[in-house]
Design a protein around this ligand. Structure first.
Ligand code: COA
Length: 158
């Protein structure tokens, strides 16, 4: 029997702490939200970006890596955690990248002592967040002319 070859993981998520990583995360967001979803760029990149924790998903192939996803965690006044700008480039969707991003953001929230996270979910993304333990509440509302609902999750220690 030939020795089994362990495939390296194709996707990883890093905290985007360097200016370069942040710029790549912003590029992904612009591609997804501004180019694909037609959100005005001045609404997509906002003042919360200055203080948010940013995350970048990378695709590893043939020794190279490509930025393919992004998300951010905003710590609101009072200490609540708000997740946002969760985006995966179209050709990399349904490969678990969104799930990896959310796990990294929630791990950061736990490290900060945050007990629950909330987010504004586009209606089409509700099944994605439900699969990760979020529950929708309240009415549908418009943000950047896109229908959303509030979703929340209690974070438990892992
Ligand atoms: N419909 C139903 N369930 C979905 C789904 C969809 N479109 N996308 C993901 N899920 C669920 C599935 O249960 C999936 O697990 P499975 O693939 O084993 O069935 C699970 O969520 C995890 O999916 P994953 O592959 O990690 O998600 P993704 O990498 O495709 O990212 C988004 C999901 C929403 C981030 C991605 O579709 C995206 O970037 N969309 C455009 C930007 C956007 O609308 N962001 C959300 C703003 S609120």
């Amino acid at each position: 029997m030939p020795p089994s070859v362990q495939e390296p993981p194709r996707y990883s998520v890093v905290a985007a702490t360097s200016a370069e990583d942040r710029a790549q995360a912003f590029d992904v967001r612009v591609t997804v939200f501004v180019v694909e979803q037609l959100v005005p760029q001045e609404e997509e990149l906002d003042a919360w970006d200055d203080t948010a924790y940013h995350f970048l998903a990378l695709f590893h192939s043939s020794g190279a890596q490509e930025a393919v996803g992004a998300a951010r965690l905003v710590v609101l006044a009072g200490g609540a955690g708000k997740i946002g700008r969760v985006a995966v480039l179209r050709r990399h969707r349904r490969h678990g990248v969104g799930r990896l991003l959310m796990a990294a953001v929630e791990a950061q929230a736990r490290r900060l002592g945050i007990k629950s996270t909330k987010l504004d979910a586009q209606l089409h993304a509700i099944p994605f967040y439900e699969a990760l333990g979020y529950s929708a509440e309240g009415p549908v509302f418009l943000d950047a002319n896109i229908e959303h609902r509030l979703m929340r999750k209690q974070l438990h220690a892992t």
